[in-house]
Design a protein around this ligand. Structure first.
Ligand SMILES: Cc1cc2nc3c(=O)[nH]c(=O)nc-3n(C[C@H](O)[C@H](O)[C@H](O)COP(=O)(O)OP(=O)(O)OC[C@H]3O[C@@H](n4cnc5c(N)ncnc54)[C@H](O)[C@@H]3O)c2cc1C
Length: 438
């Protein structure tokens, strides 16, 4: 089958790799000059299976209210006259009930674990170098209440089979001695030895190169403008995708199947087809510093709970990422937010890096209210979704690509997940295309 994948972030690229492996003739289209140039470019780089709790949880509404209007708040909601944003916020509140949170955690953990196994296999098969470290993720707390509140979540993760150990402040510093300078502020932590970190851009662009060598056709500098449909009801299908070529010409490309993997921009493409994807962009920041003193810099991937920042060592670089701003599709750098990241990193590791020459970046997390992505079928027989991976697209990416390739090929994926338009094994509940058009 000829398959066109729209988007070459981690999700589109992993989809293309596995579709090619399944024997399909694959073309990937992206408006950027190469793979992984948007949200999959400079994120936090954690493969964070055991910290997969969604932002929508019973404690979230109060926290969001507390942070309203604070320029350097970890999560900042800027109200806009935009229906999608308000509808998204209402759906987010709905996902904060204990029952919904519990269901979402189950979905996310299943997909993340499957994805980590897939990443391990891909790493062995392809030999891609991406500054990965298999030293676990250490989440540390500086607020006693936050630490106490984290204990049930850690137990839930353990019950789901993710080893997440709640540990003392001394153990935190034993695992990551670079935190010694703030030992007196740390109240405890949790350590997930199976988690990993690694450069998402290096991995994705490496996988794109390997895919191209295996026969995948990448058409870069090509902007997707619309999908063209034919038929109604059960016979409705996509006949082509309209693009603007690098030379500025409008062209229609044809294929047997189409995969929508355009992150936050999937919503606008799907909307005219009557598919209302509940994906809103959550702008996040990262700062990358050159490490100048290797012993003073952390080598275990960290999460600083108080500041909602993640820290990953990428060879001779330190990546610090976090914060979320719900404010439309702008990727502008806000100086207050950038400076807040550098201030905190300098406080944590005063002698580790060259803090005078940071590289700042923003990206748009494709957030669904539940943080559960859309993967699967639609009401168009040959249109498939792989989008809305929110805060965990790197963690879920390889498994999402593999599962999607199974679905396009007519097979049931090996992971038990709520795929759209497919039976869900645990409850035998069918997620109908209508449930994603509501
Ligand atoms: C600050 C920050 C930190 C993060 N940290 C982590 C982390 O530690 N671990 C983790 O698992 N996840 C993390 N994430 C989330 C993760 O980065 C995303 O979920 C993931 O990158 C989404 O991948 P994607 O392929 O869906 O989207 P993208 O990477 O954005 O890819 C979409 C592609 O579609 C293309 N495109 C869009 N519109 C068009 C168009 N009209 N025509 C042609 N092409 C188009 C874009 O150019 C882009 O290449 C973080 C995100 C941010 C912002």
């Amino acid at each position: 089958m000829k398959v066109i994948v729209l988007g070459s972030g981690i999700i589109g690229t992993a989809s293309a790799w596995f579709l090619n492996k399944a024997g399909h003739d694959v073309t990937v289209i992206d408006r950027q000059p190469g793979a992984a140039q948007e949200t999959s470019f400079a994120n936090g780089c954690q493969i964070s299976v055991s910290h997969a709790e969604p932002w929508a949880n019973p404690a979230a509404p109060m926290k969001v209210l507390k942070w309203l209007g604070k320029e350097d708040a970890p999560l900042l909601y800027r109200f806009r006259p935009e229906w999608l944003q308000w509808k998204w916020a209402l759906n987010f509140l709905r996902e904060c009930t204990p029952g919904r949170t519990n269901e979402n955690i189950h979905q996310i953990v299943a997909l993340c674990e499957y994805s980590r196994q897939t990443l391990v296999g891909l790493r062995a098969e392809t030999g891609i170098e991406y500054d990965n470290l298999n030293r676990g993720i250490l989440h540390f707390y500086t607020d006693q209440k936050e630490f106490d509140d984290s204990l049930p979540a850690a137990k839930l993760m353990r019950d789901l089979g993710c080893p997440r150990d709640s540990i003392s402040a001394d153990e935190v510093v034993r695992i990551e001695p670079a935190l010694a300078s703030i030992r007196d502020k740390i109240v405890g932590g949790d350590f997930t030895a199976n988690d990993e970190s690694g450069d998402v851009y290096k991995f994705t662009s490496g996988l794109a190169q390997k895919s191209a060598a295996a026969g995948v056709n990448f058409q870069f500098n090509t902007t997707v403008t619309r999908l063209i449909t034919e038929g109604t009801g059960a016979s409705a299908k996509i006949t082509g995708v309209e693009v603007i070529t690098p030379e500025g010409r409008h062209e229609v490309l044809h294929a047997d199947a189409f995969v929508l993997a355009m992150g936050s921009f999937s919503t606008a493409l799907a909307k005219p087809l009557g598919i209302d994807l509940m994906i809103y962009p959550g702008k996040g920041y990262s700062a990358t510093y050159k490490v100048t003193d290797t012993a003073a810099a952390p080598s275990v991937s960290l999460t600083d709970d108080g500041y909602k920042l993640v820290v990953s060592r990428l060879g001779d670089r330190l990546r610090v990422a976090g914060t979320c701003e719900l404010n439309g599709y702008t990727r502008d750098l806000n100086t207050a937010r950038c400076e807040a990241i550098t201030r905190r990193t300098r406080e944590l590791f005063p002698d580790a890096c060259d803090y005078d020459n940071p590289t700042y970046w923003t990206g748009l997390r494709p957030l669904t209210p539940s943080n559960v992505p859309y993967i699967g079928k639609t009401k168009f027989s040959n249109l498939f979704l792989n989008t809305g991976h929110g805060t965990l697209g790197w963690t879920m990416g390889c498994g999402s690509g593999r599962a999607l390739a199974d679905i396009v090929s007519g097979h049931q994926p090996e992971v038990n997940f709520r795929f759209t338009g497919m039976p869900y094994q645990t409850s035998d509940r069918i997620i109908t295309p209508q449930s994603i058009t509501a």
